[in-house]
Design a protein around this ligand. Structure first.
Ligand code: PLP
Length: 460
């Protein structure tokens, strides 16, 4: 990766959107009215919105112009064929099932393969993937390597799956493992990449034990960029070449196009070559999404996804995108903020148990830090810790804590400048200076599944 000061953004701006920072008193009132859950804030009350990199990308002039040639025919619209071509060119798969977003592709996939009482292993599942598995009364199983859960451990591919444990599981599965899901990059532990060797070996194991393997491809291009940076065998290969090879080691993929395809809405499920699966998927797609050539999207949306797949795999774009994430990360590291290292692809992940070491997990330190960032500067971040990944045990009523307590600063693609990143760093520096005065939170309402979206909190 070139140093950031040696190049400028590989785009220029021709439209802007006004943002404003509310006063401290307003922020204090607004966060309290939102029951301290930043999902309840109005976007206009947020100054720098790092809630997610999902669907928040700035589209290019090329994508916007694509919207104007949306073919809104119910069946056989031209944009579907453009999407099919893009998936073939970039991913190398023959069959594509458009869906309104990534979780809809997961819904179709799980409906096809999953029965009650099964186990779905993966390196580390995303929260909606876990939700789909649990809703079908099955169990998600994360087999990420131990290094992947130690935020301070420097390893180039912390999204890798533990192949020994995977083989053990597959060997003793007795038909209870319907599929393996490899998430690239691995969102839940910090946008950490998975190596080509690991993907290839996992695929070989699934072939040996006759279990299908799918890639959760939301950030596949960022994963390919890391393979190019961190594996000398790929330093001379293009991103598109790396992507084609990576996808060759799976039977299909789910895609949230709201990430690396640089669109505001869209997704798909794709299969390499299994036409029978494709036809089965289309039946479910028709029930939940729509006819096979639009899948819950307008023709214009399909066009933006198709164009975004090409743009999202351009090298100078990826260098600038990941370069910006690392620009912020390096600033925070210099300030002594404990982060997941090495820095990942789509955001900065603060290790909150180290940042607020004196706050017990029962007081939700991740949520408390989210609240402080909003109070300090109107920045919206998200907790990926106790509230997002823990749960209340139905039998005992006790809280089951996930291994990590992280705060994510997700960076939208092509949206903010490095100066916005400077403001974020300043805010964290101010918060670090008044750490001992930060109060924890208690959860006063929670839903059964994916509680972080709707939970309500009160200060302790
Ligand atoms: C966002 C995401 C999903 C779900 O996609 P949506 O488009 O939000 O429905 C699935 N997996 C991963 C890794 C994601 O980041």
């Amino acid at each position: 990766m070139r140093e950031r000061h040696l190049y400028a953004e590989p785009y220029r701006v021709k439209m802007v959107e006004r943002i404003k920072q509310k006063s401290f008193d307003e922020r204090k009132k607004l966060i309290s009215e939102a029951h301290y859950n930043i999902f309840n804030l109005r976007a206009e009350d947020v100054y720098i919105d790092l809630l997610t990199d999902s669907g928040t990308s700035a589209m290019s002039a090329n994508q916007w112009s694509g919207l104007m040639i949306g073919d809104e025919s119910y069946a056989g619209c031209a944009n579907y064929f453009n999407l099919q071509q893009a998936v073939k060119d970039i991913i190398g798969y023959n069959f594509v099932v458009p869906t309104h977003q990534g979780r809809a592709a997961e819904n179709i996939l799980m409906s096809m393969f999953l029965k009650e009482g099964q186990t779905v292993p993966g390196n580390m599942h995303f929260d909606t993937t876990e939700g789909h598995i649990r809703m079908r009364r099955s169990s998600p199983l994360n087999l990420v390597i131990d290094e992947g859960l130690d935020t301070a451990f420097d390893h180039p591919f912390k999204g890798n799956i533990n192949l020994g444990r995977l083989e053990e599981l597959l060997k003793n599965s007795m038909g209870k493992i319907p599929m393996l899901i490899m998430t690239v990059t691995c969102n839940s532990n910090g946008g950490q990449p998975v190596s080509m060797d690991n993907i290839r070996s996992a695929y070989e194991l699934t072939r040996k034990y006759k279990v299908p393997m799918f890639i959760d491809a939301a950030r596949f291009a960022e994963n390919c960029y890391f393979i190019k940076q961190r594996d000398p065998a790929y330093s001379g290969k293009s991103i598109r070449h790396i992507a084609r090879e990576m996808f060759s080691y799976a039977d299909g993929c789910t895609m949230s196009a709201k990430k690396d395809a640089l669109v505001n809405i869209g997704g798909f499920l794709a299969f390499k070559d299994n036409e029978e699966w494709y036809e089965k998927a289309v039946q479910i797609q028709i029930c939940y999404e729509g006819f096979r050539t639009y899948g819950g999207l307008a023709g214009r949306d399909l066009e933006a996804v198709a164009r975004g797949l090409y743009e999202g795999t351009e090298e100078d774009y990826l260098e600038d995108r990941i370069g910006q994430v690392h620009y912020l990360g390096q600033k925070l590291i210099k300030m002594g903020v404990p982060l997941q290292i090495p820095l990942g692809g789509h955001g900065i992940f603060i290790d909150v148990t180290k940042f607020l070491p004196d706050m017990p997990r029962a007081e939700l330190p991740g949520q408390a830090l989210v609240k402080e960032l909003y109070l300090e500067a109107g920045i919206r971040a998200i907790e990926l810790g106790t509230c997002a990944f823990g749960y209340r045990c139905p039998e005992t009523g006790n809280e089951v804590y996930p291994p990590q307590e992280l705060l994510r600063l997700a960076i939208p693609r092509r949206v903010y400048s490095d100066r916005h990143m400077d403001i974020v760093a300043q805010a964290l520096s101010a918060i670090a200076g008044r750490k001992d005065k930060i109060r924890g939170l208690k959860m006063v309402y929670q839903a059964e599944i994916m509680r972080h979206f709707t939970a309500r909190f009160e200060p302790i």
